[in-house]
Design a protein. Structure first.
Length: 317
């Protein structure tokens, strides 16, 4: 098996885990507030992440070297997690994914002021075409827009911002700082929200929040393995296979029909995202490869980003 085939298959498996992660969020969202689900999923992820952090060879504290950027990334990660959980709880899966797939387009835009990236006409055209796909999905005037649509878009913007900040910081911050600050920020923010809205949870449902945490971490490890096995330009587009999982899960589990406008809009967004990754992979086109480096998966706060996680899991020599 060639490296690219292995990498693509590993990435497909990771996306299957992530899609299942999101399906559990949607299932629980029918009975509990989204922030409550996020609180317990984050809480139960602490033991798993703590085991991973034991591999951190760098001594030090949680005090960041760049507090302004770390605080901003923390805020973005918390917003992305809360918005994403709410969107999955209230909208059809395919619509949420279609909107979240704009993240690489937004990363391309944000990389200009934050990374000094030079974006040429080709990538600008892909961004414009991709964002027009959002209008196809939302169909203003053709369907009733909900708070969930705004939440999904806010999640995409916040995820893009958090990803670009990680790229800007590089290795100036310890992985422990980049992992724990968003998790602690989310823990306190969602914990405070429990005083406003809380529903007693059955034990089986509490266990399901633990499964969310485990699936997020397992997916992250598979993504690391995928990018180490194959070329980023081949592996990255496999992210979009989540729309297939969303269609299947939505139909079998939630009785969601296939919405042609959503699929068309998602196709436009996906095509634009793939083109941006392909352009970045060409020599001399991109100095930072921001969309490719972000690995496209949006922030969930329930598990570390694979780009940070891999720094604690160096490849075998």
């Amino acid at each position: 098996m060639t490296g690219n085939v292995k990498g693509a298959l590993l990435q497909l498996a990771a996306m299957g885990l992530y899609a299942t992660h999101d399906v559990i969020i949607k299932t629980l969202g029918a009975s509990y507030p989204a922030l409550q689900i996020l609180f317990f999923a984050s809480l139960l992820s602490f033991p798993l992440v703590s085991i991973v952090l034991m591999r951190d060879p760098q001594p030090g504290t949680l005090r960041p070297n760049n507090p302004g950027w770390v605080i901003l990334r923390t805020l973005c990660a918390v917003v992305a997690g809360a918005a994403g959980f709410y969107a999955f709880s209230t909208l059809p899966l395919t619509q949420v994914y279609a909107i979240l797939f704009t993240t690489p387009l937004l990363i391309t835009i944000l990389s200009i002021p934050l990374l000094g990236e030079k974006v040429g006409l080709h990538r600008w055209a892909a961004v414009v075409v991709g964002l027009s796909g959002v209008l196809i999905v939302l169909r203003p005037g053709g369907q009733e827009l909900q708070l969930g649509h705004a939440a999904a878009m806010a999640g995409a913007v916040a995820s893009a911002m958090a990803a670009v900040i990680i790229r800007r910081l590089g290795r100036a911050e310890r992985p422990m700082v980049l992992m724990m600050w968003p998790m602690l920020g989310n823990f306190f923010a969602t914990g405070a929200a429990l005083s406003i809205s809380y529903e007693p949870m059955e034990l089986i449902h509490l266990a399901m929040t633990g499964i969310i945490a485990a699936l997020g971490l397992m997916g992250g490890f598979l993504v690391i393995m995928a990018y180490r096995a194959g070329e980023a330009a081949i592996v990255a587009p496999m992210q979009y296979s989540q729309i297939l999982w969303a269609t299947a899960y939505g139909w079998f589990l939630f009785g969601e029909g296939v919405d042609p406008a959503t699929l068309l809009g998602a196709g436009v967004i996906i095509g634009s995202g793939i083109y941006i990754v392909w352009r970045e992979s060409r020599g001399g086109v991109s100095a930072n490869r921001p969309a490719t480096s972000a690995r496209l998966r949006t922030e969930t706060v329930t598990a570390p980003k694979s780009t940070i996680l891999q720094r604690l899991w160096p490849p075998r020599s």
